[in-house]
Design a protein. Structure first.
Length: 311
């Protein structure tokens, strides 16, 4: 007796596979972007890196917005948009500053806690209810951060504090984005790029280094690769439910460990790995809890967004 899969089921399955593939590709592009950024900030200031990468990103984004007929106008809730731009600029500046001094995997570990912070902040800012299982998962995630951070006079360094500040800024950015969910994606990305561009215009002249042709290409590629990552992740979330593709964001730590070692000889410490594992487990539990809530007919609001540092 043969069993055939219905056409709607095949469509759902193919959409899920496409979404997973695009999420994996998007995460890889962001990992490559982060490696390139770490290489470049060893020579150029954070302001100069953000300036040149933003110019390249605008060169890609503006024609796309024009083709899609996205209006170039001040969106509703301009104050909230301004706050979001400040948070996104602070987050990316913290990321690049932190990777100047810390192994890539260490910084990624702090940013992996983003969904944990999002779930906690959403309860206070958005009024979303958090039941006991979610509270436990959030608590476990914070324990993972403490394990990775190992706060003591000898290990709690300024770069680690900057990375932690960046990860919290990233979480607040995601919560702010939820309140602006009706705004077009391209408009949100444009705001982030313009904020980084303004920061670069102010800060870059303070420590300007004339780049070589190769390094100028690398600086421009930062913006182009980042836009490619955005495109893959956005399409992934449109092709499959967030609860299906979100778990694959945690492949970012694998790339960070591998590429950090191959490109810079970074060796991740044991307790950083333990902390990263605990954070990933807590994040996956939150995703599974939301998937189960969705199956019971409740709207899943707390699915953690993809963790894409400096995106």
């Amino acid at each position: 007796m043969s069993h055939t899969v219905s056409r709607p089921a095949q469509k759902i399955r193919s959409g899920a596979m496409l979404g997973i593939g695009l999420m994996l590709l998007g995460v890889f592009l962001f990992a490559m972007n982060d490696v390139m950024g770490k290489w470049l900030v060893a020579t150029y200031s954070v302001g100069q890196v953000l300036l040149l990468r933003s110019v390249a990103a605008l060169a890609v984004l503006l024609p796309l917005m024009q083709r899609q007929k996205v209006p170039f106008a001040i969106p509703p809730q301009p104050g909230l948009h301004a706050l979001r731009i400040v948070l996104s600029t602070g987050e990316v500046a913290c990321f690049y500053w932190a990777v100047t001094y810390l192994p890539l995997a260490d910084v990624m570990t702090y940013y992996l806690a983003g969904p944990i912070y999002v779930a906690a902040f959403a309860a206070f800012w958005l009024g979303e209810k958090i039941d006991t299982p979610r509270m436990l998962a959030i608590g476990v995630g914070f324990v993972g951060v403490l394990i990775a951070l190992r706060p003591s006079p000898s290990t709690f360094s300024l770069p680690a504090l900057v990375a932690l500040t960046g990860s919290v800024s990233y979480a607040l950015l995601m919560v702010t984005t939820r309140k602006l969910r009706e705004t077009h994606d391209a408009t949100l990305v444009l705001g982030q790029i313009l904020g980084a561009l303004l920061f670069g215009i102010v800060m870059a002249p303070l420590a300007w280094v004339t780049p070589s042709a190769l390094e100028l290409t690398g600086l421009f590629l930062l913006g182009i690769v980042s836009m490619g990552g955005h495109a893959c992740v956005n399409r992934s979330l449109k092709s499959a439910p967030a609860s299906v593709v979100a778990p694959y964001q945690y492949t970012l730590i694998i790339w960070a460990i591998l590429l950090g070692y191959l490109a810079f000889g970074d060796v991740v410490e044991f307790w950083t790995l333990v902390g990263a594992a605990v954070i990933c487990i807590a994040g996956l539990v939150l995703i599974l809890l939301e998937r189960e809530a969705a199956r019971r007919g409740r709207v899943a609001k707390d699915i953690p967004p993809p963790v894409l540092p400096e995106s």
